[in-house]
Ligand binder design. Structure first.
Ligand code: MLT
Length: 213
């Protein structure tokens, strides 16, 4: 029996042979439409799978609950990371997709980071735009050289340098191949993010394709 896809989402099939599959994860207050233009820009022809976060904070969709700005409900982080990983698996089955590379911004980057640490089989890699460490203690995980690009902003008032550094360290300890670049930016994305993500994705998508062939 076909599994139901438990998130409101958009799906765009690949328009180019060899293009990667991207899982697009929006920030707080966003939706499934938000990152489609970014996905098309940083990986032309890629298959795009873009769910909407199910948690509502004052009407704003998110991927997990928070207790205050930067203070996360960790039980909810774990539960929602599981739920999203299960959605990915059902969507892969439905559309015949390989493991996706997540592209997450802010809250979307944080749930992608949680999935890397808690459900490492869900993702082939990740571009984390302005992420924070979503868990107090990093679980013991094995990320066999999973490619991860972290783009932080040196003037970001939300994702602190310290929290991003803890995440980069946890991912590295788990075995991910992490590239971390700090850009002269705040929490908002800049043209430098697009250029860096596009360049990194072209190389990472090729490595991912070689690893599965
Ligand atoms: C979060 O709540 O995940 C982070 O604080 C980023 C945000 O969504 O504002």
């Amino acid at each position: 029996m076909e599994k139901t896809l438990a998130f409101t989402h958009r799906y765009e099939p690949s328009a180019r042979a060899g293009a990667p599959t991207l899982l697009l994860l929006h920030g707080t207050g966003g939706n499934e439409d938000d990152l489609l233009p970014l996905g098309r820009m940083i990986a032309p022809g890629a298959a795009l799978l873009s769910p909407r976060g199910k948690v509502l904070e004052n009407g704003m969709p998110r991927f997990f609950r928070r207790l205050a700005e930067g203070v996360f409900d960790e039980d909810d982080v774990r539960r929602r990371a599981d739920e999203l990983a299960d959605f990915i698996s059902a969507a892969r089955e439905r559309h015949g997709l390989p493991q996706p590379i997540a592209v997450g911004y802010s809250n979307g980057a944080n749930i992608a980071a949680a999935m890397l640490l808690l459900r490492p089989e869900a993702l082939a890699g990740a571009v984390l735009l302005r992420p924070m460490m979503p868990l107090g203690d990093a679980p013991v995980t094995r990320l066999a050289a999973t490619p991860v690009l972290v783009l932080s902003g040196s003037m970001d008032p939300i994702a602190s340098v310290e929290s991003t550094a803890r995440l980069v360290s946890a991912l590295g300890t788990a075995g991910a191949a992490v590239v971390h670049r700090e850009l002269p930016a705040g929490h908002e994305l800049s043209q430098a993010d697009i250029t860096a993500a596009r360049t990194w994705l072209a190389a990472a998508a090729q490595r991912v394709a070689e690893a599965v062939s």
